[in-house]
Design a protein around this ligand. Structure first.
Ligand SMILES: CCC/C=C/C(=O)SCCNC(=O)CCNC(=O)[C@H](O)C(C)(C)COP(=O)([O-])OP(=O)([O-])OC[C@H]1O[C@@H](n2cnc3c(N)ncnc32)[C@H](O)[C@@H]1OP(=O)([O-])[O-]
Ligand SMILES: Cc1cc2nc3c(=O)[nH]c(=O)nc-3n(C[C@H](O)[C@H](O)[C@H](O)COP(=O)(O)OP(=O)(O)OC[C@H]3O[C@@H](n4cnc5c(N)ncnc54)[C@H](O)[C@@H]3O)c2cc1C
Length: 673
C-alpha cells in the first residue's frame, strides 16, 4: 500500500516528540536494566532469540484451534530449552537457573511464547521448589534432569475446593513404614488438583502439596516430588488421572490442568526434606518454622512484581506512542486536530502509569534485596526477618499486580476502539496481567496477611517492642516529632503517608479492641473490620513504594537532567496517590483541604511538564517492536498501515464471499424468492 500523508504525519509526530527529549534515555534504560553490562547483555540475548526463525509464528495465535495454539507454543518453548542446552554463547549470556527464569518472565519470554508458555511452571516453580525445599542430595538427584528438560515439572497445590486456604487442602500423603513409601490419595472430588500450569499435557512430574500423615497424625501441607507420566510413553501412570481444565480468559497455552490420585505410591525420599523430614520408622522431624514449606510461593510473589511491571511497561509504551500519533477532535475550533496526548485527561491516564512503572521497579528491587538477605539468614538458621519478607512479598505482589492490571486496562481504554483489537496486543497483555491478581495468593487475601502483620506490630509497639524497619513508623512517638512540615516537599508528603497509615492502623486496632471488649471473639471482630484492614494494608504498601521510589531516584547514578525527569515522575506518583486517596490524609490530619487544593494545582503543572518527555520516557524502556507486538505501539508510528496489513491476514478475508454465506446466509436471504 502506498504511504498516505496520514502515515507520514504519524511518523513525523513521533520524530518531533523524540526531538524534544529533555534527558538521557540511555541512562534510564541502564538504570532499569541494572547497569550498562546488563543492557548490553539483554540486547544481545534479544538479538539471538528474535533473529531465530523458529520463534516466528506462521499466523496469529487467535486464528488457530485450541490444540494447535498449544502445539505452536510448546514447539517454541522446547526450542528455547534446546537453544539453552546446545548453545554455549547463550548459556554464558543467560547464565544458569536465574537466567532462564528471568528470560521466561522477561518481555522477550512473553513475546516468544505469546499466550502462555507450557514450560513456564517448570522453571518458575518446579525447579525453585527443589532448590528451596529439597536437601542437597535431592537437588543432586533432580536438578540435572530438570535442567536438561529430561523431566518436566509443575507445582500442584491448588485444588477444586481450596486455593487460598492452604491448610484446608485435602490431598493426603500417608506414610507406610512397611514399604517406606508415601501413599498419595485424593479422597473427594474437591481434593482434585486444579489449575497448575503445564499440568494438563506437558509435565511428567510435579511438586505436589499434600497433607502429610505419619503415625496417625497430620502435620499439614508438605511438598512431594511425584512422577505423573511414564518417562517413555508420556502416558499417565496407574493411579494418576490427569487432564486440561479447558479455555481460560487468557494464558490459554499454559495447559492448566487437573490431577487426582488413587492410592498412588512414591518413595519416602520424594518428600522434599530440607526443612522437615520423615524418618524410615515414620518419625516426623519438625521444621524450624511451619511456614518454610510455603517458601516457593514467597519467591514467586517477588518474581511477579517484576513480571507485572514489565507488562505495564509494554502497555504504557503502546498507549503513549499511539497517543502521540492519534489526532482527534478540536482543541480550538477551526484549528487542526491535535494529538490526543495534548488533552489533559489523556495525560492523566498515561503519565501516572509511566510513573507507576518506576515506582514498582524501585520497590521490587528493594523486596528482591530483602528476599536475598532473608534467604541467606534462613540458611544460617536465623528466621527473624521471615515475617517482614512474607509481608512485603504479599503486599507488593498485590499492589504491583492490581496497579499493573488496572493500568493496562486504562491503556487499552486510552487507545479508544483500536485498543480493543487483538493486533494492538492490549487485550492479551491485560488477560495475562490480570491473572496475577488471582494466582500466587488472591490479592484480598494478600492484603489481609499484610494487615495481620500491621496489627501485630502495632500491638507489639505499644508493649515496648522494637519493630522491623518497614513498620517502625508504628512506634508511638512524642507529639512534637509528629509535627508535619508544611512545605509539601517530597519528604513532607512521604511523612504524610506515614501519618495517614499510622492513623488508619490505630483506628482499626481500636475498633478491633472495642469489639473484642464487647464480647466478640477476635476472629469475628477481625472479619467485621476486614474492609478497613485491607485498606490499611494498601496504604502501607503504597507508602513503602513511595519511599522506595524517592530513595531510588535520589540514589540513582544519572545526570541531573535525567534525575530531573525521574523526580518529576516520583512527585507525580506521590501527588496522584494522595489526591486519589485524600480522605485518608484529611481524616488523619496529615494534610489539610488547602494542601489538597495546592496539590491539585501542582498535578496539572506536573502533567504539562512531563508531557513533552512522554514518548522519550517510554522509548527509554527499550522494548523491541517484536516484543511489543502491537500495531498501535510500533516504534515508527506507522500505525494505520500496520492495522490494515493485519486485517488483511484474517482467514475471513481470504475469500470475498465466505463459504458460510452459501451455507447459512444465502438460504435465508433468498427464502422469499
Ligand atoms: C506463574 C505463577 C503461576 C501460579 C502459581 C500458583 O498460583 S501456585 C498456588 C499459590 N497459592 C497461594 O498463594 C495460596 C495462598 N494462601 C496462602 O499462602 C496461605 O493459605 C495463607 C498465607 C493465606 C494463610 O496461611 P496459614 O493459614 O497457614 O497461615 P495464617 O494466616 O494462619 O498465619 C499464620 C502465620 O503464618 C505466617 N505466614 C503465612 N504464610 C507465610 C509465609 N509464606 N512465610 C512466612 N510466614 C507466613 C503469617 O504471617 C502468620 O504469622 P503470625 O501472624 O501468626 O505471626
Ligand atoms: C492463571 C492461573 C494460574 C494458576 N496457576 C497455578 C499453579 O500453577 N499451581 C497452583 O497450585 N495453582 C495455580 N493457580 C491457582 C491460584 O493459586 C488460586 O486460584 C488462588 O490461590 C486463589 O484461590 P481460589 O481460586 O481458591 O480462590 P478463593 O480462595 O476461593 O477466592 C474466592 C474469593 O474469596 C475471597 N476469600 C477467600 N479466602 C478469604 C479470606 N480468608 N478472607 C477474605 N476473603 C477471602 C477471595 O478474596 C476471593 O474474592 C492458578 C490460577 C490462575 C487463575
Amino acid at each position: 500500500m502506498a504511504k498516505t500523508s496520514e502515515n507520514h504525519q504519524c511518523m513525523d509526530d513521533l520524530k518531533a516528540e523524540r526531538e524534544r527529549c529533555s534527558f538521557n534515555k540511555h541512562e534510564i534504560t541502564t538504570l532499569l536494566d541494572g547497569g550498562e553490562d546488563k543492557t548490553k547483555q539483554r540486547r544481545k540475548i534479544e538479538k539471538v532469540f528474535l533473529s531465530d526463525p523458529e520463534f516466528l509464528d506462521a499466523t496469529r495465535p487467535e486464528y488457530l484451534s485450541h490444540e494447535d495454539r498449544y502445539a505452536n507454543e510448546l514447539r517454541k518453548a522446547c526450542h528455547m530449552i534446546r537453544k539453552f542446552n546446545e548453545d554455549e554463547e547463550i548459556q554464558q549470556l543467560v547464565g544458569q537457573m536465574d537466567g532462564i527464569r528471568t528470560l521466561m518472565g522477561s518481555g522477550l519470554g512473553v513475546a516468544l511464547t505469546k499466550d502462555g508458555n507450557p514450560l513456564a511452571l517448570h522453571f518458575i516453580m518446579f525447579m525453585p521448589s527443589i532448590m528451596g525445599q529439597g536437601t542437597v542430595e535431592q537437588q543432586g538427584e533432580w536438578m540435572g534432569r530438570a535442567w536438561s528438560g529430561e523431566i518436566i515439572g509443575t507445582y500442584a497445590q491448588t485444588e477444586l475446593g481450596h486455593g487460598t486456604f492452604l491448610r484446608g487442602l485435602e490431598t493426603t500423603a500417608t506414610y507406610d513404614p512397611s514399604t517406606e513409601e508415601f501413599v498419595l490419595h485424593s479422597p473427594t472430588i474437591t481434593s482434585t488438583k486444579w489449575w497448575p500450569g503445564g499440568l494438563g499435557k506437558t509435565a511428567n512430574y510435579a511438586v505436589v502439596m499434600a497433607q502429610l500423615y505419619t503415625r496417625g497424625r497430620c502435620h499439614g501441607p508438605h511438598p512431594f516430588i511425584v512422577q505423573l507420566r511414564d518417562e517413555e510413553t508420556h502416558q499417565s501412570l496407574p493411579g494418576v488421572t490427569l487432564g486440561e481444565i479447558g479455555p481460560r480468559l487468557g494464558m490459554n497455552t499454559n495447559d492448566n490442568g487437573f490431577l487426582c490420585f488413587s492410592h498412588h505410591r512414591i518413595p519416602r525420599t520424594h518428600l522434599l526434606m530440607k526443612h522437615s523430614q520423615v524418618l524410615q520408622d515414620g518419625t516426623y522431624v519438625r521444621p524450624a518454622n511451619d511456614k518454610l514449606a510455603y517458601g516457593t510461593m514467597v519467591f514467586v510473589r517477588v518474581a511477579i512484581c517484576f513480571d507485572t511491571y514489565r507488562q505495564l511497561q509494554r502497555a504504557v509504551t503502546i498507549a503513549t506512542r499511539y497517543s502521540a500519533i492519534r489526532r482527534q477532535s478540536e482543541l480550538v475550533p477551526g484549528q487542526p486536530e491535535p494529538q490526543i496526548l495534548e488533552y489533559q485527561t489523556q495525560q492523566y491516564k498515561i503519565l501516572p502509569l509511566i510513573a507507576t512503572v518506576f515506582g514498582i521497579h524501585f520497590a521490587a528491587q528493594s523486596v528482591w534485596q530483602t528476599y536475598n538477605d532473608v534467604t541467606g539468614s534462613i540458611h544460617d538458621g536465623n528466621l527473624d526477618l521471615l515475617p517482614e519478607l512474607h509481608t512485603l512479598s504479599c503486599g507488593l505482589k498485590a499492589l504491583s499486580s492490581s496497579d499493573a492490571a488496572n493500568g493496562v486496562e486504562t491503556c487499552r481504554l486510552s487507545c479508544g476502539g483500536h485498543g480493543y483489537l487483538a493486533s494492538s496486543n492490549l487485550p492479551r497483555i491485560y488477560t495475562t496481567t490480570t491473572a496475577a491478581i488471582t494466582y500466587e495468593g488472591e490479592n484480598t487475601v494478600m492484603w489481609l496477611q499484610v494487615a495481620r502483620y500491621l496489627i501485630k506490630s502495632f500491638r507489639e509497639a505499644r508493649q515496648g517492642h522494637r519493630l522491623h524497619h518497614s513498620v517502625s513508623y508504628l512506634t508511638p512517638r512524642p507529639a512534637s516529632t509528629h509535627a508535619l512540615q508544611t512545605n509539601l516537599s517530597n519528604a513532607a508528603l512521604v511523612e504524610a503517608f506515614r501519618v495517614a497509615v499510622s492513623h488508619l492502623v490505630g483506628e482499626v486496632a481500636a475498633r478491633l479492641q472495642g469489639q473484642c471488649d464487647s464480647g466478640m471473639v477476635f476472629e469475628h471482630a477481625w472479619n467485621a473490620c476486614s474492609v478497613q484492614l485491607a485498606r490499611c494494608a494498601q496504604v502501607h504498601i503504597r507508602y513503602f513504594t513511595c519511599e522506595e521510589f524517592l530513595s531510588g531516584v535520589e540514589k540513582a547514578e544519572v545526570s541531573e537532567a535525567t534525575r530531573g525527569v525521574l523526580m518529576r515522575l516520583c512527585r507525580l506518583y506521590l501527588v496522584f496517590h494522595i489526591i486519589g486517596n485524600q480522605g485518608d490524609f484529611l481524616r488523619s490530619g496529615a494534610l489539610t483541604p488547602s494542601d489538597m487544593t495546592t496539590l491539585e494545582e501542582e498535578l496539572a503543572t506536573l502533567l504539562a511538564a512531563l508531557r513533552p518527555d512522554a514518548v522519550s520516557l517510554v522509548d527509554s524502556f527499550d522494548i523491541h517492536d517484536r516484543i511489543l507486538d502491537s500495531t498501535l505501539g510500533c516504534w515508527d508510528g506507522n500505525v494505520y498501515e500496520r492495522m490494515f496489513e493485519e486485517a488483511k491476514k484474517s482467514p475471513l478475508n481470504q475469500k470475498d464471499v465466505p463459504d458460510a454465506y452459501y451455507k447459512y446466509l444465502r438460504p435465508l436471504m433468498k427464502a422469499s424468492l
